[in-house]
Design a binder for this molecule. Sequence first.
Ligand SMILES: [Zn+2]
Length: 82
Amino acid sequence: MIIIYGTRTKLKIDKNIGVRKCENCHHTVEQALAREKLSFTLFYIPFLILTKRRMILCPCCGEAKSMSYKEYKQMKESLGDN
Ligand SMILES: [Zn+2]
């Protein structure tokens, strides 16, 4: 029997945080909170999903500013639930 397994990295956009100035490209664009998820798959079915990294994503230059879980949570809460 052959066991097919592997890992997959996926980027999930959590929430738009509105228009901000990017520290990297200095463009004022709409940025988003995103999470990079790492999933372990068995026969292409994910059985374990971990959050690898949390970040603010700039769609203009692709810069991802990493942030801690605490910062991420705070920012998400300050934006409200809508
Ligand atoms: Zn940028």
